[in-house]
Design a protein around this ligand. Structure first.
Ligand code: ADP
Ligand code: MG
Length: 317
């Protein structure tokens, strides 16, 4: 590569050390990281492939943002404190303008969330970005998918569906205003790290919505060995969604859209108002249903069962 792999890493990805628990970051054969005593290391990885996970004309800073955000969302869903990231980049060519913008996107979110990029890999190939994140959580406080129990209440954070609607706008017309609220939600959605942290010791189960609320709720139910009832009239339909789509389509985006990095979680029925108010202070949370005995997800409207076909996106379907 023309710029040289070493210069490229130095210029775009090596930053002055920020974290005291990074013993050794970028530059050696591997990073040395210190996990605080009494905490578990939490690790997650996600790969973004051009044309599949982001559009081929996506702004480079949005690709940088998304590559880290999708991983931070997994940490949030575990209730973890973000700490470190590894960045594996496959690039068809050295495009310095693209790299500058990509690095700004990933480094801005990294700085904001306390993440330090401590290593990675750089190769020539099709445009593929793989980020591994690591964080930690107190030994017995990780949020799992498997803890939901019948009688508990089901919540969703924020405004699910907006990112999918933004992507649909871009797919229909690549010249859609980049400042459109929905387009920005698709490109620059914020992972719910604060909410995940606040749910520790409170939520019985949690996961982030990546493949659609319905499909992901089905996974949570399967992991917990329970069923769920979703009251469709309770779904949060954001103003931005309703401004751009019919009520029917807005509901579809909420049920099937992913990658808003919203959290789906369950709370004991007798969770007090002060705790809920504390969560609401971080971001909107909406009660959308209840956990029941049995299996699978039942949708109701006005108390009557409604057949809502399908579930989440399946990569192998
Ligand atoms: P090695 O050949 O030993 O795997 P490399 O020459 O690939 O090492 O990388 C040298 C250093 O630069 C390592 O610390 C590695 O983690 C880091 N690095 C390589 N690519 C990236 C990248 N895209 N972002 C951040 N760090 C990187
Ligand atoms: Mg080596």
């Amino acid at each position: 590569m023309a710029l040289g792999e070493f210069e490229l890493i130095e210029r775009y990805f090596k930053r002055p050390p920020r974290r005291g628990d990074t013993v050794l970051g970028v530059g050696d054969d591997a990073a040395l990281l210190r996990v605080p005593p009494g905490q578990l290391l939490v690790a997650a990885v996600d790969t973004l492939v051009e044309g599949r996970h982001f559009l081929d004309d996506a702004p480079a800073d949005s690709v940088g943002h998304q590559s880290l955000a999708v991983n931070l969302s997994d940490l949030a869903a575990m209730g973890a404190e973000p700490a470190w990231a590894l960045l594996s980049l496959s690039l068809p060519e050295i495009d310095e303008a693209w790299l500058t913008s990509f690095a700004a996107g990933i480094q801005t979110l990294a700085a904001r969330s306390g993440i330090e990029i401590v290593g990675g890999d750089t190769v020539r190939g099709p445009l593929v970005v793989t980020v591994t994140v690591m964080g930690f959580v107190p030994d017995d406080q990780a949020l799992r998918r498997s803890g939901a129990r019948p009688g508990e209440t089901l919540y969703i954070s924020g405004a699910p569906g907006e990112a999918a609607a933004g992507l649909a706008l871009l797919r229909a017309d690549r010249t859609t205003d980049p400042d459109d609220v929905l387009v920005r939600r698709h490109r620059y959605a914020e992972p719910r790290i604060d909410l995940g942290r606040a749910l520790r010791g409170r939520a019985s189960a949690a996961m982030d919505v990546s493949d659609g609320l319905l499909g992901d709720l089905a996974k949570l139910c399967a992991a917990s060995g329970v069923g769920a009832r979703v009251e469709l009239e309770k779904l949060p339909l954001s103003r931005a969604l309703l401004a751009r789509s019919s009520r029917h389509d807005a509901e579809r985006y909420v049920l099937r859209g992913g990658d808003d990095y919203e959290l789906l979680f369950t709370l004991p029925q007798q969770t007090d108002a002060a705790i809920l108010a504390g969560l609401q202070a971080l971001c909107p949370v909406t009660r959308i249903g209840v956990i029941e005995r049995g299996s699978g997800v039942l949708c109701t409207r006005g108390g009557v069962a409604v057949d809502v076909p399908g579930s989440g996106y399946d990569h192998f379907a």
